[in-house]
Write a protein that binds this ligand. Structure first.
Ligand SMILES: NC(=O)c1ccc[n+]([C@@H]2O[C@H](COP(=O)([O-])OP(=O)(O)OC[C@H]3O[C@@H](n4cnc5c(N)ncnc54)[C@H](OP(=O)(O)O)[C@@H]3O)[C@@H](O)[C@H]2O)c1
Length: 245
């Protein structure tokens, strides 16, 4: 029987590429997003083995509702990719309380409670994958609260691996490098700044190009498959070697 994997924020970028890869490899995929139209377009693109639910990852009430809907319509799931996230580019001095709360509420608080609320419908064994960032260990200016949100999320992984082990739930982390997705345009960076960033990483990376969402998908598939059953709190850095410098 095909495995069922939930991907939060599966309507765009990394989440959508992973959903496509999983569907093409005989998984059933459930994606979430906040925008009805984006969800509809993604589901049309993914085909009959994909299902979409509108759900804001920063709302605990909506996460509860999402889990109830999935339980009712699909039963138990085999994997959860905690991927929904935002990035807004602001200097530390310009980071106000609203941006702090928005970023932490989606990238950390929402991710934290997503894992917690999915526990009752995660199979034994099952796989949770957290999407963090190379920003956790490499310094990027104008990312202070984003970096903090991803560092906080990553730090929880080791604790969950001990607490959730009796339920057969394993937790691992993917840490993408700069990956070409719509997130850059949404960040508030100018087109010139985005071009500069992508050019820099294309030129300096050992792979000679920028990481694409399709590079991440097979690695996510490995982590939700039975081939990674013994991995616990592993972090796979997916950056084409750009942080070796
Ligand atoms: N691209 C990179 O360079 C990079 C590097 C390292 C890590 N990451 C991480 O990878 C993840 C995916 O990013 P991406 O680059 O693929 O960006 P993206 O193309 O902007 O995709 C983000 C996805 O998350 C969803 N989302 C955002 N806020 C949400 C919320 N509150 N509730 C539910 N869904 C929400 C978006 O859908 P809606 O807006 O329609 O809700 C969209 O589907 C993020 O966690 C990001 O931090 C990205």
């Amino acid at each position: 029987m095909s495995k069922i994997i939930v991907i939060t924020g599966g309507t765009s970028g990394i989440g959508l590429a992973c959903a496509k890869y999983l569907v093409n490899n005989n998984y059933q995929v459930i994606i979430t997003g906040r925008n009805e139209m984006n969800l509809k377009l993604a589901i049309e693109e993914l085909g009959v083995n994909a299902f979409g639910y509108k759900s804001d990852a920063s709302s605990l009430k909506e996460i509860d509702h999402l889990v109830n809907q999935i339980k009712e319509n699909h039963g138990i799931i085999d994997g959860l990719f905690v991927n929904a996230g935002i990035f807004k580019s602001f200097s530390f001095e310009d980071t106000n309380e609203a941006l702090f709360d928005e970023t932490m509420n989606i990238n950390f608080k929402g991710a934290f409670f997503t894992v917690q609320k999915f526990i009752p419908i995660l199979r034994n064994p099952s796989s949770v994958v957290l999407n963090t960032s190379i920003a956790v260990f490499k310094t990027f200016v104008n990312t202070s609260v984003y970096t903090a949100s991803k560092a906080a999320l990553e730090s929880v992984s080791k604790v969950l691996n001990i607490e959730l082990a009796p339920k057969g739930i394993r937790v691992n982390v993917i840490s993408p490098g700069v990956t070409e997705t719509p997130i850059q345009k949404k960040s508030g960076m100018t087109d010139e700044a985005i071009d500069g960033l992508l050019q820099h990483f294309s030129k300096t990376s050992p792979i000679g190009r920028i990481v694409q969402p399709t590079d991440i998908a097979p690695i996510l598939e490995f982590l939700v498959s039975d081939r990674s059953l013994v991995l616990r709190n592993e972090k796979i850095v997916i950056d084409g070697g750009s942080t070796l410098f």
